[in-house]
Design a binder for this molecule. Structure first.
Ligand code: ADP
Ligand code: MG
Length: 731
């Protein structure tokens, strides 16, 4: 029987998939048409209900039951006008994907009357039967009680799948006792913590500021490949990553894919998913090819963090679904192909006041310069003080293939700020001990506003190696994994920023109490923070060995693997930080730590199994078949009396193949035994470490090396798994 590989190849060349995509007109008319925006709310809600909803969105005020009923009724009317029959509480459990359980509006009354209904209770809270979502022991499984609770700060929306339309209510997911079981609840708490401290600090400069929101603009990288080819790769199917595959003759060395023209089939897929995204109010702005073949990127206009996080998770989901229509497969994994760039998700982050000021945009006047410097320097200090926590927030089995492996960015969390700002900070630092008086405001008089963007322009290409880079009016956290939920990184970043600002304020206030003038006091604490944080500043090549040595000298953490990186989540320092800022209780942190370890273990376990299965069911049989071909050939030549030298090549080849077969087989068997040992370790952390060291590190590369050699030795028509060149260059 022909293997799936050849069927897929045949299909690909004979029957290019055509999907009609809606003609692109302007985007604005469809933008947000499937979202219960404030404008829609105005239309469908009574004054009272609308005001109450606004109060909840703006100030987190509680919505009472009666009003909730009114809002639910308005929501249903709107949804039904768009052909919706079902609703769901949409949430982001710690599995990393989104979850939904659809209920219909339809119900039967006690007298048998059939009608459509959606009330406040159903809007506000639900209890999904979610016993199998990870809870790290917070919710005993037999009890299975987790609740989803409406998050009014993110608007409801309608998802269209095929002919079905579902009203999705964004919710947080908590246990019976109130512990958070998802990514969103802690994120909202972290954002609130940042808001509180940032407003306090802003008020030094502007009394009118009453709210600070963190902003996020993510850049999502992903691969797209043909679906039939993907289906012929069990590893892609089950773990979104190729565990085997020899490097193709042509990889990304020509860099001809980067910013090149987008292939037609991909282009029509992009237009299709973008259309869906626009209807969902996701403000996509950029699309382009990435460095690796078949790798692409999408980025929206930045939004308030909570909404941006929802939009990112929603987009990952939409892309995956729309791809199916085009017989394509989206791969969100951080490192789907060895030897070729992996995918990340840059998180561009800043803070904005309700007076319309971007707090990381350099000021135009001495006073706004000082405000900028305050937030800028506090960010550096926060990243420095909690580098280990940021590292933990982006740790995953997939991201380990980027961070700390031979790929950008490194696992050392450093901050890039560009030459100009480095000089500014050095100058301020140099004045320690000096009195800052009114005459000595030279630094504040610097034209930061104009100078910084210009000077950064020269550097932006060079600093691609930095995991945390200032890019003129925002920081870019580049180490986030492409498959991750940004909420994890954003919860950490906003919490540490909130906490650092809180300390900053305390210190400034104490100087003011001692009689120092406000600006001078601020300047002094800025100086101190520069001294504290400067060890994390680095302008050079983040991939270089020199940096690794230098970072070690500076005492910066450089943790390369997830099981160890996660330790930072449960240090006393982390526990105090999250507790003091109302983000996580100790038990929530412990639970999360355990869940992350468990996720890691399962991922490595699945990959290890797959490597074994593929070796036994695909690789070795192909090698055996080709061995037979060679053996028959040799025997035939011998039989007709050919001299030995006429089949030396065949013999050598046969020997090489046999050697690799034995290596693969022996190591797969040993790996199975190693897994058994790891599986018997009770302690989660020890087990994760063992999976990393005794299973992954010890066997993955060895087995892969020989399998990939076999791929190059065995006749192409015997090989059943689609090869890299086919996965990456055919579409
Ligand atoms: P790049 O050179 O990395 O492509 P861009 O200027 O295109 O940089 O911005 C990348 C992302 O940063 C976009 O998603 C953009 O919306 C976002 N961004 C811009 N300003 C801010 C901000 N103040 N806060 C958060 N994200 C921002
Ligand atoms: Mg970028």
């Amino acid at each position: 029987m022909q293997s799936l590989r050849f069927k897929a190849l045949e299909k690909l060349s004979s029957n290019p998939t055509e999907v009609s995509v809606p003609n692109s007109t302007k985007i604005s008319p469809i933008f947000g048409e499937n979202v219960f925006t404030l404008k829609t709310a105005r239309e469908y809600l009574s004054d009272e209900a609308y005001k109450s909803l606004m109060g909840s969105i703006k100030n987190g005020r509680k919505i009472d039951r009666v009003v909730a009923n009114q809002i639910a009724t308005g929501l249903r009317a709107w949804a039904e006008s768009k052909g919706v029959t079902h609703f769901t509480h949409w949430f982001q459990p710690l599995t990393g994907t989104t979850a939904e359980k659809h209920d219909s509006f339809f119900t039967l009354k006690s007298d048998g009357t059939a009608l459509e209904e959606f009330d406040g209770a159903a809007l506000i809270q639900a209890e999904p039967d979610a016993s199998s979502f990870p809870s790290g022991g917070l919710r005993a499984t037999f009890e299975a009680r987790g609740y989803t609770a409406w998050d009014p700060s993110s608007p409801a929306f309608i998802i269209e799948i095929g002919h079905g339309r579902t009203l999705c209510i964004p919710t947080i997911y908590v246990s019976y006792t109130g512990e958070s079981l998802d990514y969103k609840a802690p994120l909202l708490k972290a954002l609130a913590a940042l808001d509180r401290s940032a407003v306090d600090v802003c008020n030094y400069f502007d009394k009118n500021v009453s709210k600070v929101t963190a902003t996020l603009g993510w850049e999502q990288e992903y691969f797209v490949i043909d679906e039939s080819l993907a289906n012929a790769r069990p590893d892609l199917l089950l773990c979104d990553r190729t565990v085997y595959g020899a490097a193709p003759a042509k990889g990304q060395q020509l860099e001809d894919h980067y910013f090149g023209s987008i292939p037609e089939r991909i282009y029509s897929f992009m237009r299709d998913y973008e259309n869906e995204a626009y209807k969902l109010g996701i403000p996509l702005r950029n699309r382009h090819n990435e460095v690796a073949p078949s790798q692409f990127e999408a980025a929206p206009i930045f939004e308030e963090v909570n909404l941006a996080v929802d939009h990112n998770t929603l987009l990952m989901d939409v892309m995956t679904r729309v791809a199916k229509r085009h017989r394509l497969k989206v791969i969100l994994h951080e490192k789907p192909f060895a030897g070729i760039n992996g995918s990340g998700k840059h998180n561009n982050w800043s803070m904005a006041t309700d007076t319309g000021v971007n707090l990381l945009a350099p000021g135009k006047t001495p006073k706004t310069n000082l405000m900028f410097l305050t937030f800028f320097v506090n960010t550096i200090k926060a990243v420095h003080d909690y580098a280990d926590l940021l590292r933990a927030s982006i740790a995953s089995a997939g991201n380990d293939f980027r961070l700390g492996a031979n790929e950008a960015p490194p696992a050392i969390i450093s901050v890039f700020i560009g030459q100009y700002l480095t000089k500014v900070l050095e100058e301020i630092e140099g004045r320690v001990g000096d009195k800052f008086d009114e005459q000595d405001e030279a630094i504040l008089k610097l034209d930061l506003h104009r100078s910084i963007p210009e000077l950064l322009l020269d550097n932006t290409d060079r600093n691609r190696t930095s995991p945390f880079a200032f890019t003129g009016n925002k920081f870019e956290f580049r180490a986030v994994g492409s498959a991750a939920n940004c909420a994890n990184a954003m919860t950490a970043l906003n919490t540490i920023m909130g906490d650092t600002l809180k300390t900053f304020k305390k210190e400034v206030d104490s100087l003011i109490e001692k009689g120092e003038k406000k600006e001078i006091a601020i300047m002094h604490i800025i100086q101190k923070s520069i001294v504290d944080g400067k060890k994390s500043l680095f302008e050079g090549d983040g991939y270089s060995n020199e940096w690794e040595k230098e970072a070690k000298k500076r005492g910066l953490p450089n943790v390369k693997t997830t099981p160890l990186a996660l330790d930072a989540m449960v240090t006393d320092k982390a526990k105090a930080l999250f507790q003091n800022n109302g983000v996580y209780t100790h038990s929530e942190l412990e639970a999360r730590h355990e869940i992350e370890l468990e996720k890691y273990i399962k991922k490595v376990q699945i990959e290890a199994r797959l490597m074994g299965d593929l070796a036994t069911n695909h690789i070795l049989p192909a090698a055996f078949r080709y061995q037979n071909v060679l053996a028959t050939n040799i025997k035939g030549l011998k039989d007709i009396g050919m001299a030995e030298e006429s089949y030396v090549t065949q013999k050598q080849l046969l020997e090489k193949i046999s050697t690799h077969i034995n290596i693969v087989n022996e190591n797969v068997e040993q790996m199975v035994e190693a897994r058994k040992v790891s599986n018997n370790i009770a302690d989660k952390r020890e087990k994760a470490i063992s999976y990393n060291e005794d299973v992954k590190d010890k066997y993955f590369d060895t087995i892969r090396y020989s399998v990939d050699k076999l791929e190059l030795l065995v006749a192409d028509d015997e090989w059943t798994l689609p090869k890299y060149r086919e996965l990456l260059f055919l579409r």
